[in-house]
Design a protein around this ligand. Structure first.
Ligand code: ATP
Ligand code: LTN
Length: 334
């Protein structure tokens, strides 16, 4: 048994090309992708199929898909070691999604809070794709026999439905899909809006002061942090109800690795001005290398196209194996 090389566990996650990621996307998800990229067999993708549920302008979608892909490489993901792909380049995602649609109950899909939120936000376009969104996400995950899915806490419910669908299918046809586990970081799981700190920081917020984009320049970052909503107590410590300060402490902790205790000690006797300066500088230091690398990569379209092609081939190879297995189990002719 000498050649019994230990197989790495599999990690997969996707992000929609719906705009420039925020500090929330970065600390909640993308930073963990980078941290996991060495120790696991990783599949990371741009979820362009998911993004048409809100009907983007086609030219915008093309541009944003390329930008998001460049940003993933700018994180430091190695496109030769990891598999970095665009979802629509791998037809198996849409194919498995259809099969899984037939093993998902209307009732369970109706309980998804993201569906309810998005239908309220876009009442004029509550399409079937929006409803089936979590099933496509389940297909993304199950195709790769994924062990861990690094996500922000808002996606936890989608992971649960994925496990339920997989479990149901396995129960009917025998072991076909691995049941995935969510990987949710401790401090960055939910970064809140800088203007309404009881709401999630979101890239589609209409007020740009509410979020920091990962490509904002240093000056803009400092300004946005300085105008973040806090409270009138002027003391830096964590407590229920101090939403604005709790959020800034979380951001500072993610960027510096400091614990709440260390942060409270560091700002003991100091006001919010000093605290916000330090948070702003920590965020600038964290995002600067990403921005510089992104600016370099986005101008090299030929390199990006080459990496996308390699990613699509590698992803298809793994995805096709699971798809074939599922097709055989449900009774499609070989
Ligand atoms: P939207 O434009 O609908 O607000 P979004 O910002 O939530 O989109 P997604 O593409 O849906 O972005 O999410 C990408 C990843 O970032 C997901 O894993 C999600 O859980 C995570 N994420 C999104 N917002 C936050 C946040 N505020 N804090 C932590 N993680 C987040
Ligand atoms: N639904 C996710 C994006 C997404 C995803 C996935 C995340 C699509 N497919 C597979 C993890 C695994 C979102 O809205 N953030």
């Amino acid at each position: 048994m000498e050649n019994n090389q230990e197989k790495k566990q599999t990690v997969l996650s996707l992000i929609q090309p719906t705009g420039t990621p925020t500090l929330g996307n970065y600390l909640g998800a993308l930073k963990n992708w980078k941290n996991m990229s060495d120790g696991y067999d990783c599949f990371f993708g741009v979820a362009d199929l998911h993004s048409i549920t809100v009907r983007p302008n086609p030219a915008d979608l093309r541009r944003r898909t390329t930008e998001m892909y460049a940003l993933l490489l700018a994180l430091g993901l190695d496109p030769h070691k990891n598999t970095v792909f665009v979802q629509s380049h791998v037809p198996a995602h849409a194919q498995l999604a259809w099969i899984l649609d037939c093993y998902t109950q209307f009732g369970e899909a109706s309980r998804m809070t993201q569906f309810k939120d998005k239908s309220e936000k876009h009442p004029d376009n509550v399409n079937v794709g929006l409803f089936a969104y979590p099933v496509l996400m389940a297909a993304d995950i199950l195709l790769y026999q994924t062990d861990f899915v690094p996500i922000g806490i808002d996606q936890k419910q989608h992971l649960e439905i994925t496990r339920n669908i997989a479990d149901r299918f396995n129960g009917l046809y025998g072991n076909t899909f691995k049941l995935p586990e969510p990987f949710i970081g401790k401090s960055g799981a939910k970064i809140m809006s800088l203007q309404e700190p009881n709401k999630k920081m979101s890239k589609s917020d209409t007020n740009p002061k509410a979020f920091i984009s990962v490509l904002d320049d240093d000056n803009t970052i400092m300004k946005k942090i300085k105008s973040a909503v806090t409270d009138s107590e002027a003391r830096v410590y964590r407590k229920d109800g101090k939403d604005g300060v709790n959020n800034l402490m979380g951001i500072y902790s993610c960027c510096t690795g400091k614990t709440d205790e260390e942060i409270e000690k560091e700002f003991d006797g100091k006001g919010y001005g000093d605290f916000k300066n330090a948070v702003g500088e920590a965020v600038c230091d964290e995002l600067r290398p990403l921005r510089d690398e992104y600016n370099r990569l986005i101008s090299d379209k030929a390199y990006l196209a080459e990496c996308m092609k390699e990613g699509a081939e590698k992803a298809s190879y793994t995805a096709e194996r699971t798809l074939k297995k599922a097709m055989k189990k449900v009774g499609f002719l070989q």
